[in-house]
Design a binder for this molecule. Structure first.
Ligand SMILES: CC(C)(COP(=O)(O)OP(=O)(O)OC[C@H]1O[C@@H](n2cnc3c(N)ncnc32)[C@H](O)[C@@H]1OP(=O)(O)O)[C@@H](O)C(=O)NCCC(=O)NCCS
Length: 157
């Protein structure tokens, strides 16, 4: 599937209703939270290093969303947190999640030294591990993490 990854500058201008409904039907509440917190201004992904992306297919349908926040749970400097990461069910296992994650990892270089994420899904566990994340880095509210500087060094070696 040919897709276009575009930064979302203003979520209020994007129709996310289908994805929100689909995610809620699957039992995920975090896209509803994304919309609510965007509307009340508590999380608009606009701090330094933060970014929110949408992925559109060739019919201009929004098929995925994913964001990067400064980690609100950690006191440690330089920790970013992947959040609101969701690929529509009929767009899964086609590499879209990987593309979106790679874009976010690229953006995170220079702003963050490590990224964390929290998930309790085994599919997401497999996905993050397939993309270089390891288990718990010992940071709060996180199940997986990746050290960016080390990744960077590996590439440079
Ligand atoms: C987890 C999720 C983001 C994966 O996105 P995706 O676009 O399907 O992932 P990709 O196609 O890039 O998968 C890359 C690799 O990850 C692994 N993987 C992804 N989904 C998997 C699954 N359901 N079971 C096992 N391995 C999986 C595989 O190794 C896969 O490579 P392969 O397809 O060649 O075997 C997607 O399933 C999703 O949005 N799920 C619901 C919401 C969610 O759990 N979000 C994460 C919350 S933190």
């Amino acid at each position: 599937m040919a897709v276009k990854i575009t930064e979302i500058e203003d979520l209020k201008k994007v129709d996310v209703s289908k994805l929100v409904e689909e995610s809620e039907a699957e039992g995920y509440r975090f896209l509803r939270r994304l919309v609510d917190q965007y509307e009340d201004g508590s999380n608009t992904f606009n701090k330094t290093g933060e970014v929110l992306y949408g992925v559109w297919d060739h019919h201009d349908q929004l098929v995925a969303i994913g964001g990067l926040n400064r980690d609100p749970y950690s006191d440690k400097e330089g920790v970013g947190r992947l959040r609101r990461f969701y690929i529509s069910a009929n767009a899964r296992r086609q590499g879209i999640g990987t593309k979106l994650l790679q874009q976010i990892l690229k953006d995170a270089q220079g702003h963050f030294s490590e990224l964390v994420v929290r998930t309790d899904s085994s599919a997401a566990d497999a996905f993050y591990r397939a993309n270089g994340f390891s288990g718990d880095l010992g940071l709060p509210e996180a199940t997986h993490g990746i050290v960016l500087e080390r990744e960077h060094r590996k590439k440079a070696e």
